[in-house]
Ligand binder design. Structure first.
Ligand SMILES: O=c1[nH]cnc2c1ncn2[C@@H]1O[C@H](CO)[C@@H](O)[C@H]1O
Length: 324
């Protein structure tokens, strides 16, 4: 990756750790191009309380307890409490059923949404949010501060299934399905949004051979991740018949670190919030001018990732985790 003389990009990772979240957080902490100024937590792979616990735990493993953790919402933007968990993907504890001891640290008093608003105001245009779970906290920040969408530098969303099947069901990708109303608020907010969907992240696979290399590397993060990766490998084997795992979260993180790893197109994204296609992300490429006003008319455009340099992403993940 090119070295630049610019100061590192400030990023906040909104996360539901999560095995691939743990990978993304570790890669971020080993990326000189970015400075992680906080983690905010959200339900998704686990409940929000467990996500906070895991975020604090991962920072303790990394020796980075200087980074604040702000706890996010326990309910969806419409106050929904029937949240879908994914213990079959990440283990009941979210980190491969390893029964790690509880963290010593505590989250800060501020809520995730308040933290996001404060940092966006403090460094206008300079903060990138990498959103790795359902988008409730980001939507709450938009509602809390009408200037948030303009003040935040970029929101990189790991989510959506653009012109491919979903991961929860044929229509919906997991994170968008987690809070479709929040996702629609974020996509139509006018912020600089880059969506990295599973149409892209499914191209980036860590194989069992790569896992063996991580195990043999002696890197601290690599060693930790090899302990928790088993559950994630089993899930991919059972669900997709593959001997490898998709690197969803690390791919989105690296797209934020180095945008030249992906290509994207621009258009308007709306999210279906009801019915059997709840959580569907529908991209309008603006090629046709419709005769009638539609639900996409006059909405701001967002960026949607189309291709990824998968070998480079995998190489960076491996390098940064083995040199840790
Ligand atoms: O089948 C699934 N159910 C729940 N979560 C999943 C599933 N497959 C992947 N992920 C998780 O959802 C995010 C990307 O869509 C990733 O965080 C991934 O670990």
């Amino acid at each position: 990756m090119e070295t630049t003389l610019q100061p590192p990009k400030k990023i906040i990772i909104d996360t539901d750790p999560g095995i691939d979240d743990a990978m993304a957080i570790f890669v971020a902490l080993r990326s000189p191009e970015v400075e992680v100024i906080g983690l905010t937590t959200i339900y998704g792979n686990v409940c929000t309380t467990l996500a906070t616990r895991n975020a604090l735990h991962l920072l303790e493993v990394a020796g980075r307890t200087d980074i604040p953790v702000a706890e996010g919402s326990h309910v969806t933007i419409t106050k929904g409490t029937k949240l879908r968990r994914a213990d079959f993907v990440h283990g009941a504890d979210g980190l491969g059923n390893q029964n790690f001891p509880p963290p010593e640290g505590k989250p800060i008093e501020q809520s995730a949404a308040a933290f996001l608003v404060q940092k966006a105001n403090l460094y206008p245009g300079k903060v990138t949010v990498v959103a790795l779970g359902p988008l409730t906290n980001i939507a709450l920040a938009i509602q809390l501060d009408p200037a948030f969408a303009k003040n935040i530098g970029q929101i990189v969303v790991l989510g959506g299934a653009f012109a491919v099947n979903g991961s929860v069901n044929p229509a919906a990708e997991t994170n968008i399905f987690g809070d479709p109303d929040a996702a629609d608020i974020v996509f139509t907010s006018g912020a600089d949004v880059l969506a990295v969907g599973i149409n892209v992240t499914h191209q980036v696979v860590l194989t069992d051979t790569d896992r063996d290399k991580l195990a043999q590397s002696g890197g601290k993060f690599a060693h930790y991740l090899c302990k928790i990766l088993d559950v994630y490998f089993s899930y991919h084997h059972d669900s997709y018949c593959m001997r490898g795992v998709y690197l969803h979260d690390p791919t989105a993180l690296l797209a934020a670190v180095n945008p030249s790893l992906i290509t994207y197109t621009e258009g308007i994204v709306r999210v279906q919030t009801i019915g059997i296609t709840r959580g569907l992300t529908l991209f309008y490429n603006k090629q046709k001018r419709f005769a009638e006003v539609t639900e996409w008319s006059d909405k701001p455009s967002v960026k949607v990732a189309v291709t990824v340099d998968a070998p480079s992403v995998l190489k960076l993940v491996m390098e940064r985790l083995t040199n840790s």
